[in-house]
Design a binder for this molecule. Structure first.
Ligand code: PLP
Length: 360
């Protein structure tokens, strides 16, 4: 079997070019006689890799100089604790709960201080983004937290919330580098890279310098203090070296594609093919309100569990894999991250049309 069309929500498809290049360099990275997996994180070779990766990310996202870029471990989930531990100075933070990941972050923050749920879309199974133009922001809130793209439910903020001057913190795990981000609008942007950026094991945190403090919550582990990591340029301890190296290659690939604006246009074109079909199909239906549709994660259902299962099985047999919806939602979900080629979506839609005709 050759390569399949992989619609996994993460870890997910990576650009073939990146994988091939990494394979070519596997035994001997640029003439140093070893793999990046085998070299010291204190070596000059690795230092060049991490510095170049950071610079390429800064170029892609236009990251201002007063923001630090940290390459960390522990996944996005560890940030659910690191954020309140580092940022809750007044002990209060506002959370907008638009899905399981925002809910988990909110629940975790509640362990460290007063986390306030200021808006939620749980009443309608997280199928929309609440109106965020005039939220009851707490006067003492240290930050307002969002999950910008909801991987499981397939919604995305098209406009950032009005935080009334408070620091915005965003989990962008599933929309990272899928379009331009205006970094200055955030205090912290972070994401696990295993969807759009690289292999599992790296989380990237972009944080404004004034939020990096020494006087964090008592008991904060050294490793979870942003200051520890920032002072040592992500090399306080052994970083996820190989993962950072692959992320660096993906950053170069993105530059070659024309950067994030070009990526956005490509992603819009791709998503439109699938959404247009869902809007006209009698069998398959999208599950979220149109205005809040994600460009990255597209959930859909037939309304009949048996038919859903039949579709997933037949799709897999035809080389379209990982289309089963999240266990909490059911149905199907096609994750169409940056590295999913447009042909993948076109062929999936062709297959869906054929399935619909055969199963009327
Ligand atoms: N946040 C979002 C938006 C996610 O989609 C996920 C995982 O899918 C997570 C957080 C959790 O990431 P991790 O498994 O890296 O902790």
């Amino acid at each position: 079997m050759g390569r399949v069309y992989n619609f996994s929500a993460g870890p997910a498809v990576l650009p073939e070019e990146v994988l091939k290049e990494a394979a070519d360099e596997m035994l001997d990275y640029k003439g140093c006689g070893m793999s990046v997996m085998e070299m010291s994180h204190r070596s000059k070779v690795f230092d060049d890799i991490i510095k170049e990766a950071e610079q390429d990310l800064r170029d892609l996202m236009n990251i201002p100089d007063n923001y630090k870029v940290l390459f960390l471990q522990g996944g996005a989930s560890q940030q659910f604790s690191a954020i309140p531990m580092n940022l809750m100075k007044n002990g209060v933070a506002d959370y907008i709960v638009t899905g399981q990941w925002a809910k988990k972050a909110y629940q975790e923050a509640s362990r460290y201080g007063k986390a306030v749920k200021i808006a939620s879309s749980e009443d309608k199974t997280f199928s929309y983004i609440p109106d965020c133009s005039d939220l009851p922001i707490d006067e003492d809130a240290d930050y307002v937290y969002i999950c910008e793209n909801n991987t499981i439910y397939g919604t995305k903020y098209k406009k950032l919330p009005n935080t009334k001057g408070k620091t915005l913190v965003a989990d962008v795990s599933s929309c990272f580098l899928s379009e331009p981000h205006d970094v200055e609008k955030y205090g912290v942007i972070y994401g696990g890279v295993q969807k759009n950026v690289g292999p599992a094991g790296v989380v990237i945190v972009i944080i404004r310098e004034d939020l990096i403090r020494d006087d964090v919550m008592e008991g904060t582990p050294t490793m979870l203090k942003y200051k520890t990591q920032a002072d040592k340029d992500s090399l306080y301890n052994t970083p996820p070296c190989y993962g950072i190296y692959i992320c660096g290659k993906v950053f170069k690939w993105l530059k070659k594609q024309g950067g994030l604006q070009a990526m956005k246009e490509y992603n819009e074109k791709k998503a439109k093919i699938l959404y247009d079909f869902l809007d006209e199909s009698e069998m398959f239906k999208g599950t979220v309100v149109k205005e809040d549709r994600s460009l990255m994660n597209v959930p859909f259902v037939t309304g009949d569990k048996e038919l859903d299962a039949k579709f997933v099985a037949e799709a897999e047999a035809n080389g379209f894999v990982n289309l089963k919806g999240h266990r909490t939602v059911g149905g199907m979900r096609a994750s169409i991250y940056n590295a999913m080629p447009i042909e993948g979506v076109e062929k999936l839609v062709e297959f869906m049309k054929k399935f619909e005709a055969e199963n009327k």
